[in-house]
Design a binder for this molecule. Structure first.
Ligand SMILES: NC(=O)c1ccc[n+]([C@@H]2O[C@H](COP(=O)([O-])OP(=O)(O)OC[C@H]3O[C@@H](n4cnc5c(N)ncnc54)[C@H](O)[C@@H]3O)[C@@H](O)[C@H]2O)c1
Length: 380
């Protein structure tokens, strides 16, 4: 028998995304599944209930009715402990799990024998590209960061030749050229700015140049495991600070996206560097959530220091909720393609490389080593 798929309204503060959009809902219904959407689940992303209803979904008012008998729950942010208590043993939950910040819910899911797949654990292999929610949401974040930076900057970004004089183009500097950084570069180029970028991974240089931006070279290549960056040595950090400081000082907008998986974000912009910046310059610190790339960043706030506006936005993809939900919805639909066979039945074995890598909890066990270590101490 095909599945009952439930989509709750997101409860986290300022979360506006929804796990699936009407287009995906229609595909799932066409494949024979029942799709239940909690009342107002899509409102924040501008997918009202009637769009889901037109796609064939059942709109459900209470969370208890939503979860009753559901085999699959699709969510953006992790469920709460109270939600988990309403799920039957063996229910499959798919979404971002963020175990470091949601230990209680993860422990409760483990103990209630929920099967949880974490989107952030989907391996970044070619076959999994359509399921790579980290990338789709980083794309949304990178775009939004540039647009926010431009909105706070008291200058035009493009060069203008007008009867009222010639305007020089603004300089935008991107620190960290991963998925979000590359999207920020592309957006700033489209707005007509002169764009410079820096990353500790030398491989990023080619991608930066292919977008028409200048890559700032440092005699360091800190490419670590799996294509991610490793932490720099103390000597490398001093060299990096010197180069970054001069580049930051000549920029009108700086967008920082540097992060190292599982670690606090590296500090790239000190108070002294901010003091060297041009009056009216803007910093958009995309790493605000993991400590910030600028020491003066205040997570979730916009502050002014030394005539520089510093933005520390949290959960940027939620700000562009319509499209970030659309992309996430495609990611989840592709992922479901691995979990459901051609008859719409749930597969029993999670031997597929992508399913195995993203399986966080199953049958009362934590299947992901680092999460097991994280929960190790103090678990009842
Ligand atoms: N399907 C795929 O093949 C696929 C998809 C997405 C990403 N990737 C790769 O995964 C890797 C990580 O991408 P991400 O966007 O998730 O990265 P991320 O969010 O973990 O980090 C953002 C960027 O910050 C950089 N960084 C770290 N420390 C820095 C420092 N001190 N100074 C400057 N920059 C610093 C990293 O090198 C990275 O490019 C990249 O190599 C990317 O190309 C592969």
């Amino acid at each position: 028998m095909p599945c009952v798929i439930a989509v709750p309204r997101e409860m986290a503060e300022s979360e506006r995304r929804v796990a699936i959009v009407p287009e995906t809902t229609q595909k799932l219904i066409k494949a024979g599944h029942e799709v239940r959407i909690e009342h107002n689940a899509g409102t924040g992303a501008f997918y009202p209930d009637d769009m889901f209803e037109a796609a064939g979904a059942k709109i459900v008012s209470s969370r208890t009715d939503l979860f009753r008998g559901a085999q699959i729950v699709l969510c953006v942010q992790p469920l709460t402990v109270a939600d988990v208590d309403q799920l039957a043993e063996g229910t499959i939950v798919i979404g971002f799990m963020n175990p470091g910040r949601n230990k209680d819910a993860i422990i409760r899911m483990r103990d209630r024998k929920i099967t949880a797949f974490a989107l952030e654990l989907v391996p970044r292999i070619t076959r999994a590209q359509s399921m790579d929610a980290l990338s789709s949401q980083a794309t949304a974040g990178g775009y939004t960061a540039t647009v926010m930076g431009a909105a706070h900057c008291p200058k035009f970004l493009p060069m203008l030749t007008t009867a009222a004089g010639t305007i020089r183009p603004a300089t935008v500097l991107i620190l960290g050229a991963g998925v979000a950084g590359l999207m920020a570069i592309a957006t700033a180029k489209r707005l007509g700015a002169v764009v410079e970028a820096y990353d500790v991974r030398r491989a990023a240089g080619e991608q930066v140049r292919s977008l028409g931006a200048k890559f700032l070279e440092l005699e360091i290549n800190a490419e670590g495991q799996g294509g991610y960056a490793r932490e720099l040595t103390p000597e490398e950090k001093v060299k990096e600070q010197e180069m970054v400081s001069s580049a930051v000082a000549r920029a009108d907008i700086v967008i920082t996206t540097a992060s190292i998986p599982g670690r606090k974000a590296p500090v790239l912009i000190t108070r002294d560097t901010v003091a060297r910046m041009r009056p009216g310059a803007v910093i958009v610190d995309l790493a605000a959530e993991s400590g910030g790339n600028c020491v003066l960043t205040q997570p979730g706030k916009t502050v002014q220091e030394h005539n520089v506006t510093i933005l520390g936005p949290l959960n940027l993809p939620a700000q562009i909720g319509f499209h970030s939900s659309q992309m996430l919805s495609k990611n989840l639909h592709s992922f479901l393609g691995l979990l459901l066979d051609k008859d719409g039945m749930l597969v029993r074995e999670y031997t597929d490389e992508i399913l195995a890598a993203s399986l966080l909890l199953h049958a009362g066990e934590v299947r992901h080593g680092p999460t097991r270590d994280l929960l190790g101490g103090g678990v009842p």
